[in-house]
Write a protein that binds this ligand. Structure first.
Ligand code: FES
Length: 164
């Protein structure tokens, strides 16, 4: 099945392309993949990656290399909300382990898993350069939630559960 990049997504990719010389389209792969991932319900199918390669006029291998290297790309379908919890040093020292356990208990899934209702996927990630707010997590590759406590996790899940 072929994948069509939406017009509004193409415009956003063009914005990133405009930042680089015309013969350096590979520089826009990272952002293009994030945008297409967002369009495709949070994950990158092979067709979606091929569409990015085609739009950037690159060999698909250049796109696959990026998509399989970085943590923020999902290569399988995931839940409606991706919760990425940092467990690197600063977050670890400020209680990330307890935060992970609380998320797991509240959602009934482990790291790398998705809830049965398809609402949440839990991920463990490396430092997200937001150590001043440790322990922290990021939701849907965009929004950071710093200074997590068990109470703040409960509030976050309540807030996200309200979204359709
Ligand atoms: S260690 Fe968690 S954001 Fe840096």
């Amino acid at each position: 099945m072929s994948f069509m990049i939406a017009e509004n997504i193409k415009q956003k990719i063009d914005y990133w392309l405009s930042k680089y010389p015309a013969d350096r389209k590979r520089s826009a792969i990272v952002e293009a993949l994030l945008l297409v991932q967002e369009q495709n319900q949070g994950w990158l199918s092979e067709e979606a990656m091929n569409a990015v390669a085609s739009y950037l006029d690159l060999l698909p291998i250049f796109v696959y290399e990026v998509a399989t290297f970085y943590d923020m790309y999902e290569l399988k379908p995931i839940g409606q909300h991706k919760i990425a919890i940092c467990t690197n040093l600063s977050c670890q020292l400020r209680g990330a382990e307890k935060i992970v356990e609380h998320f797991k208990a509240r959602l009934g899934v482990g790291l790398g898993e998705t809830t049965a209702d398809g609402k949440f996927s839990l991920r463990e990630v490396e430092c997200m350069a937001a150590c001043d707010g440790a322990p922290m997590c990021q939701v849907d590759d965009r929004k950071c939630y710093p200074n997590l406590t068990q109470e703040r996790v409960d509030e976050l899940l309540k807030e996200l559960s309200k979204e359709k």
